[in-house]
Design a binder for this molecule. Sequence first.
Ligand SMILES: Cc1ncc(COP(=O)(O)O)c(C=O)c1O
Length: 399
Amino acid sequence: MSPEIPFGQPSFSDAEIDAVARVMRSGWVGMGPETLAFESELAEFLGCPAVVTTNSCTSALHLSLLAQGVGPGDEVIVPSLTWCSTVNVVLYVGARPVFADIDPMTLGLDPDSVADVTTSRTRALIPVHFGGLGLDVSALAAVLPAGAVVVEDAAHALGARLPDGRMVGASGHPTCFSFYANKVLSTGDGGAVALTDTELAVRMRALRLHGQTHDAWQRYLHPSLALVSPQISEVGLKANYTDLQAAIGRVQLRRQDEFAATRASVARIYGQGLADLGLGLQTGWDRPEHARHLFTIQLPEQRACDRDALIATLRSQGIGASLHYQPLHTMPRYAELAQGRALAHTESVGARILTLPIGPRMQADDAWRIVQAVRQALGCPPYGGATPAGRPARDNKVS
Ligand SMILES: Cc1ncc(COP(=O)(O)O)c(C=O)c1O
C-alpha cells in the first residue's frame, strides 16, 4: 500500500501545466530560452551572479568537482549522514571521500571533526545543508588547507539562509540544488549550481554538454554558429536541463512563499504537538531561514531500538515516515572508506532519526493526525492542547 500521506509530494497547479503546454506548442523543448530565463530568475532569487542548470543535483555536484579539477590523488571531506550522491560524485572523479562527523544539533559537518581529518591531500569539502538548514560554511572552510575548495550540497536548501543572512547559494562556493520530485522546488528531476565565479560558470556550461563550446539554441539563434561544429577540448557530461522542466521551475519559483508558509505551518504543528516527548529536533527547524525540506525527529538514546518499529507503525497507518539517512559508512560499498574510524555523532543520530511527512500539499489535519499517531506509537497520551492558531485540530487550513 502506498502511504496516504507521502513524506514529500510536490504541488503543481494549472499554471505549471499551462507553462509546459506553452513550451510544447513553441516547438523548442530542449535546453533553450526557457532554461536561460529560469537560470536568470533563480540567480536573482538567490542573490548570485550566475546559475547553471543541470539534469540533477548529482550532476551539479559532479560538474562542480570536475570543473575545479578535483581528481585522482585528491581527498574530499564529506558527511556520512547524507544521500549517496554526495559521496558518489567524489568517486566519479577518481578522488577519495573522507568522512567527517556531524554536529548532532545542526546535522551538518562539525568544523572540529573536519579539522581532524584534513590532510595535505585535502582538495575539497562537500558540506550538506541537512534538511534545509543553512550551515555555517565559512567556519568549515576556515579549517581547510590553502587551495582546497568548497562545493555546497544544498539539495534540500533552496530558500534557506546562511547564518550571516545571505541566501544559501550566495556564499561564493559552487552551491548545488536539487529539483527532484519531492524537493522544495520540483521539476520532476533537475538541478542547478549557483556561482559567483562567472568564468567557472562558462566552463560548467560547456562541461554539462559534452564540453561543447556552444549548444543547439546558440546555433539556432546565431546562424553563423550553425555552420561551425561545436569545438570540444575536454570530455564533459550529458547533464543539461530542458525547457520543459524550466517552464515548471519558473512557476514553482514564483510559488516559493506559498510553499514555505505551508511547510512552516506543518513544522509548527509537529513542534507543538510533540514538544513534551523529549524528542531531538534539529536546531533551527522553527526559524524562517530553514527551508524545511525534511522534518526529522530523534528518539532518545534509551529508545533507539524503537526507531524502525515506529517507522513501520506509522507506515501501516498510511503515514509516509521515512529514514534520512542510514549513515553511508555503515553500507557495504562505503564501509572501507571509513577505515575503521568511528563517527560517534553520525552513528548515534543515524540510529535514532526518522523523517515525518512535510510538503506543500499537506493540510493541518494531516499534521495533527501524524502528531497523534506518533504519540500513540510511543505510548504517550494524545495531544490535548490548543492548536497553533487556536483552532480545533479538525480545521483543515494551515496558516
Ligand atoms: C543531500 C542530497 N544530495 C544530493 C542529492 C541528489 O539530488 P538529485 O536527485 O537531484 O541528483 C540528494 C537527493 O535527494 C540529497 O538528498
